[in-house]
Design a protein around this ligand. Structure first.
Ligand code: APR
Ligand code: ZN
Length: 375
């Protein structure tokens, strides 16, 4: 089918409002404008952040097409696009890399000013949408929208990847793997023999475990209120599992007692202020590093004991593993293809796109690490 320069009608999942069931509809996907890329999606993960969008804890404009963890093939490009061409294998990026803004030009950090997370407009960089359904404008999510057969994404949010990449799996290298594994190896830089605690043993938490194990951590404590997460976490390298609901003391106190002095590295991969505080309070007072990976609902405040900052204990946020995304994520894919990192255990389920409802139900039951949708 010759689709070049034409509007494509295809199937996409639409969330009409917060907390309302997704429906799969025929949508019209416009051709890419200047600086944009139209992508045929091959696979997409369902991430905790997508769930935050659907439940309203990450505020966005509705109706929208959810999803951001996508792998696909470039169908066509808009004017001026030079970094990808039709036929290229690509990943969509929740954090773009424009290579021009103050964030991109600074050697550290990656939170490009052209991201659409905080706050989210749900629109392309020119302030318009590329999707319509039944004549109605449909918003984008995180300028990626991957629960659709075709999407349009700014070139700055597209990473060209290895031509040999397995497209049914690599979508998790678009978000889950860099977010969790990258927070450990690229941001916190966990050291050999160190002690770590991970709050939240879902998809991101499991990617954190893989990073801690690969970095040679000697003790990895996993915290989750769902004990069904424990066997898999242990198989990946967690040495001790804690369920805060079954403890007589606050979990941070238990971690302090288990380690004597607190952990060298803590990671929060849930997105709740209470668990962020617990992660912070589990850290060694002098050199402990607490990394916040989870996305908290907006406008919540953290209240810390200010004297505990003077001691050297560090609190940092990390988004997509602090990678300059277009520069670094293709290398992660190549490392995965060469078996330098094994993230296959993170994919526990794969379902066809039309079974999206079942996939979301599976996510909500907590029985999956990642369920990948196949198109
Ligand atoms: N204490 C401990 N564990 C909890 C708590 C709690 N109060 N609440 C939830 N959990 C656990 C869940 O049982 C689940 O195992 O946190 C885990 C979250 O995992 P997922 O739902 O699979 O989400 P994930 O994709 O891993 O994302 C986690 O990282 O990037 C962010 O936005 C994302 O905030 C989200 C977080
Ligand atoms: Zn930028």
């Amino acid at each position: 089918m010759d689709t070049l320069g034409k509007i494509i009608t295809c199937r996409a999942a639409i969330a009409w409002a917060t907390n309302s069931p997704l429906t799969i509809e025929d949508v019209q996907v416009e051709f890419p404008k200047a600086g944009e890329v139209r992508i045929k999606i091959i696979s997409s993960g369902i991430c905790g952040s997508d769930h935050h969008v659907l439940t309203g804890s990450c505020p966005m404009n509705f109706p929208l097409i959810p999803g951001h963890e996508g792998a696909g093939i470039v169908e066509s490009i808009g004017e001026g696009v030079t970094s990808v061409k039709p036929g290229d294998k690509v990943l969509t990026l929740i954090v773009p890399q424009c290579r021009e803004c103050s964030s991109c030009l600074y050697p550290k950090g990656n939170f490009c000013e052209k991201q659409d997370i905080l706050p989210s407009s749900g629109l392309m960089l020119d302030g318009t949408s590329r999707f319509t359904c039944k004549g109605k404008k449909i918003y984008h999510s995180f300028r990626t929208s991957t629960f659709t057969e075709y999407t349009v994404v700014p070139e700055i949010a597209v990473a060209k990847i290895d031509a040999a990449a397995h497209m049914d799996k690599v979508c998790i290298l678009s978000c889950e793997v860099p977010t969790g594994y990258g927070a450990v190896v690229n941001s916190a830089k966990v050291t050999q023999g160190s002690t770590c605690v991970i709050f939240g043993l879902g998809g991101i938490g499991c990617a954190v475990i893989i990073g801690c194990k690969a970095s040679g951590a000697s003790r990895i404590i996993g915290v989750d209120i769902n004990e069904e997460k424990f066997p898999r976490a242990k198989a990946l390298g967690v040495t001790d599992c804690l369920n805060p609901k079954n403890l007589k003391k606050p979990v941070q106190q238990v971690v302090m007692e288990m380690t004597g002095v607190g952990v060298d590295f803590a990671f929060e991969a849930i997105g709740l202020t209470d668990t962020m505080l617990a992660a912070w309070e589990s850290c060694h007072l002098s050199h402990g590093v607490c990394s916040i990976i989870g996305m908290a609902p907006p406008d919540l405040q953290l209240s810390l004991d200010a004297t505990k900052l003077l001691t050297g204990r560090m609190l940092k946020g990390v988004c997509l593993g602090d990678y300059k995304t277009r520069d670094c994520i293709p290398q992660l894919v190549t490392d995965y293809m060469k078996n330098k990192i094994n993230v296959n255990p993170l994919i526990t389920h794969q379902l066809p796109f039309d079974q999206l409802q079942e996939a979301l139900k599976l996510y909500e039951t907590g029985k999956v690490i990642r369920c990948v949708l196949l198109f």
